[in-house]
Write a protein that binds this ligand. Structure first.
Ligand SMILES: Cc1ncc(COP(=O)(O)O)c(C=O)c1O
Length: 452
């Protein structure tokens, strides 16, 4: 029989997260205090994050146990299915084998609850009353809103203004889960007011929304900040994806030659790829890993690997990452979750070490790939995930050209059911590509902080 779905039972779900820090040949450059230029310690992060997450942020232990309470919630939708894209393979006429891990079966519709649930759990354990966060497309905000509802914590979400307008039903979902949603930049914070004074029509960015949420958490001892990507502990939580995929590919009698994921802040990409990159760095099995980002916000392919702020208002520590400059406001592409000026330090470090590759895709090519995928496989991807679909299709077509039958694995990190206005605009010919915003990026990079 030609199996399409590889499905695990609940007792096959991973019980630990995989921490790639244990296998790095060169340790990750530490985050620095913007005032002193010295590495920051746990005490510096304590006003913002629960201590257990700070410990995970700096841990070098290879496997970190998933608390039973978190596993219980994960089982609401995990393990997620691994599909063999037989219909897409046929449509492309490729000798390649294409597999995709489908994270859209979660209650929020993406991989984001994999970290929202543990973040809310540890916050609750430490007596936190409220979590403040940012969201781009609304996938992360919906996930934290869900986690807040399950663990009895209030959630306030700063939603990037352009997405607030593009995706009204995401806001409705967050409010249904009980969260408060504000369009960012807002006039509820100093960071927001400052941006609005200079740019009254600002469409916002993840960098601005992060500043607003961090400010709210820093001002209130009962409120902590939760981030949906970028940080080491967030990437750690996402590794359930890759660990499950490893077991599922074993069931299929396969191992990937190529892994593809889309990158905004780097979390879903890390989730699927890190367990395999770990095996590669331990010398067990080779694999090519490709990160796909939007051409309109190309931090990995066109950014600088340097210390920079994680937010536009400069409230965060300095982290070494591929960055386009913290004041860069990316064009309003529909893949709102990929509109971030920086990249996870761990992903940046792996690119610098030559462990991964990066490529950039234009908006119209990403949507064309998403539509082709939907018509073949029947699942409509999120605009962010379309970048991974485009990357996987490009690899499959390269196999067609060379006649090689490689195994390609990609992360279908979310569905696009709340993104239909983007598809409507695409089909009406209203979407456009964006040239590389060279001048704006040069200006933003000129403002990089100097680090001794
Ligand atoms: C569906 C989806 N994919 C990808 C991303 C990008 O984030 P990351 O690179 O952390 O996976 C987002 C972010 O909001 C998202 O909603």
């Amino acid at each position: 029989m030609d199996t399409v779905k590889y499905v695990l039972s609940e007792d096959q779900m991973p019980t630990s997260w995989y921490n790639i820090a244990a296998d790095l040949p060169v340790p990750l450059p530490p985050p620095l205090h913007p005032g002193t230029g010295q590495p920051i310690g746990p005490a510096d992060l304590a006003p913002l994050f629960p201590m257990e997450l700070i410990k995970q942020e700096v841990s070098t232990e290879r496997m970190i146990e998933i608390p039973e309470e978190v596993q219980k919630v994960y089982r609401q939708w995990r393990p997620t299915p691994l599909y063999r894209a037989r219909r897409l393979e046929q449509e492309l006429g490729t000798p390649a084998k294409i597999y995709y891990k489908y994270e859209g079966v979660s209650p929020a519709g993406s991989h984001k609850p994999n970290t929202a649930i543990p973040q809310a759990y540890y916050s609750k354990q430490e007596g936190v009353k409220r979590l403040a966060t940012e969201t781009g497309a609304g996938q992360w905000g919906s996930s934290l809103a869900l986690a807040g509802a399950l663990f009895g914590i209030e959630v306030v979400v700063y939603m990037v203004k352009v997405s607030y307008g593009q995706k009204p039903y995401r806001r409705a979902l967050m409010e249904t889960f009980g969260a408060k949603v504000l369009a960012s930049p807002s006039n509820t914070t100093n960071a927001g007011r400052q941006i609005l004074a200079e740019h009254p029509d600002s469409t916002g960015s993840l960098g601005i929304a992060i500043s607003e949420a961090v400010e709210v958490a820093a001002m209130d001892p009962d409120t902590k900040y939760a981030l949906g990507s970028v940080l080491n502990h967030v990437l750690l939580h996402q590794t359930v994806i890759g660990q499950e995929a490893m077991t599922q590919l074993e069931m299929a009698g396969d191992y990937p030659d190529i892994i593809v994921g889309c990158t905004g802040g780097g979390s879903n990409f890390s989730g699927i790829a890190f367990p395999f990159i770990g095996a590669k760095m331990r010398g067990e099995r080779d694999v090519r890993v490709v990160a796909v980002e939007p051409a309109a916000c190309p931090s990995l392919t066109r950014g600088k690997y340097a210390y920079d702020f994680g937010d536009t208002g400069h409230l965060t520590p300095l982290v070494k990452m591929h960055t386009l400059g913290s004041t860069f406001i990316p064009p309003g592409i529909h893949a709102g979750g990929l509109r971030y000026h920086g990249m996870a330090p761990l992903v940046s470090h792996l690119l610098d070490l030559g462990q991964i590759e990066a490529s950039a895709v234009q908006q119209l090519d990403a949507f064309a790939a998403g539509v082709q995928f939907a018509r073949a496989e029947g699942i409509l991807p999120a605009p962010e995930a379309n970048h991974a679909v485009a990357g996987a299709i490009a690899e499959a077509l390269a196999c067609k050209e060379s006649g090689e039958s490689k195994t390609i694995l990609f992360n279908l990190c979310g569905h696009g059911h709340f993104d239909m206005s983007a598809y409507t605009d695409y089909m009406a010919g209203k979407l456009q590509n964006y040239e590389y915003p060279a001048e704006e990026i040069a200006m933003a990079l000129a403002g990089l902080p100097s680090v001794g």
